[in-house]
Design a protein around this ligand. Structure first.
Ligand SMILES: NC(=O)c1ccc[n+]([C@@H]2O[C@H](COP(=O)([O-])OP(=O)(O)OC[C@H]3O[C@@H](n4cnc5c(N)ncnc54)[C@H](OP(=O)(O)O)[C@@H]3O)[C@@H](O)[C@H]2O)c1
Length: 274
């Protein structure tokens, strides 16, 4: 019997999709979560917290491959250090990490940079921990998921006037496209830093906001805002884009239409009235 794959973040947006695909490939998966879950077909859950280290030694025991999808908006430097230390001690054979396009190109030098774009520096720091772990590793950088773009425009649409950063473009990608690639990499041999993955098209924030307003039949004035700092400058120069790696299939428009239809089917329409 092959050793189990440990999947961190297997309850999150990306991780759930990775889990489904690993299940389809008949792999035994161990999912780490901070909350207990009932086991499923081919899936065991272990309770642990990468912020405190609790339960992590048990989670890595006997695993061959570790797929690290746990993270949060502040990044995952400290939690990656905890995971890597345990995975090395347990003798894991392949560490797979999901990072973000621009991790190495968005300079975070001032407090302003850190407040707005510290996530990128933290992802780069976590990448370095993976690279220097001594374990065979694979890192994939992806652009922002459609889900994140939707969460962002939804929050902005609650405001009477919507501030939109000028000059910054986004290339949202479907988390399902990223999950498929991550599983392919996880089941393959360690490959180091692999080519970036970006969505099929780029948009400025105003386009993303307008498409959401249109789809939910709302009207709001937009207020262009120029973000200060070096990191914002790098974003305006396209540091977060993978224009030559626009390999994602599902468009933002298709994602948005499908998601809103599905939510309306579940009765979640009230918050979208004008
Ligand atoms: N979202 C994007 O646009 C985007 C783009 C590129 C790369 N990424 C990267 O992709 C990864 C997944 O992102 P996502 O948007 O799918 O995340 P998400 O939906 O917010 O899910 C976060 C996951 O991390 C787990 N987690 C958080 N803190 C933890 C801790 N202290 N200990 C153990 N588990 C913890 C959560 O598990 P429990 O709640 O069950 O404990 C949850 O499964 C992250 O590394 C992110 O940086 C995201």
């Amino acid at each position: 019997m092959t050793s189990p794959i440990l999947l961190t973040g297997g309850t999150g947006t990306l991780g759930r999709l990775v889990l489904r695909r690993l299940q389809e490939s008949d792999r035994h998966v161990r999912v780490l979560s901070r909350r207990p879950h009932e086991p499923e077909d081919g899936v065991e859950y272990v309770t642990g917290d990468l912020a405190t280290g609790e339960g992590i030694d048990e989670a890595v025991t006997g695993v061959g491959t570790v797929v690290h999808c746990a993270g949060n908006a502040k990044g995952d430097e400290a939690t990656t250090r905890v995971l890597v230390r345990a995975a090395v001690a347990a003798g894991a054979r392949h560490l797979v990490y999901i990072s973000v396009v621009g991790a190495d190109r968005v300079p975070v030098v001032s407090g302003v940079d850190r407040a707005m774009f510290g996530y990128f520096a933290s992802k780069r720091a976590a990448e370095r921990i993976v690279e220097k772990s001594g374990l065979p590793w694979t890192t994939l950088r992806a652009t922002q998921f459609h889900d994140l773009a939707l969460t962002t425009v939804r929050q902005l649409a609650k405001l009477p006037v919507i501030p939109v950063p000028t000059g910054v473009r986004f290339q949202p990608i479907d988390a399902g496209d990223v999950a498929a690639r991550l599983v392919e990499l996880s089941l393959g041999t360690p490959s180091g830093l692999v080519p970036d993955m970006g969505g099929p098209r780029t948009y400025d924030m105003a386009e993303l906001v307008r498409s959401y307003l249109r789809a939910t039949n709302r009207h709001r004035p937009l207020l262009p805002v120029r973000l200060p700092g070096k990191a914002a400058g790098a974003m305006r120069a396209g540091a977060n884009l993978a224009a030559d790696r626009a390999v994602g299939h599902r468009t933002w428009e298709d994602f948005l239409a499908d998601r809103l239809t599905s939510e309306r089917g579940h009765g979640a329409v009230d918050h979208e009235r004008v």
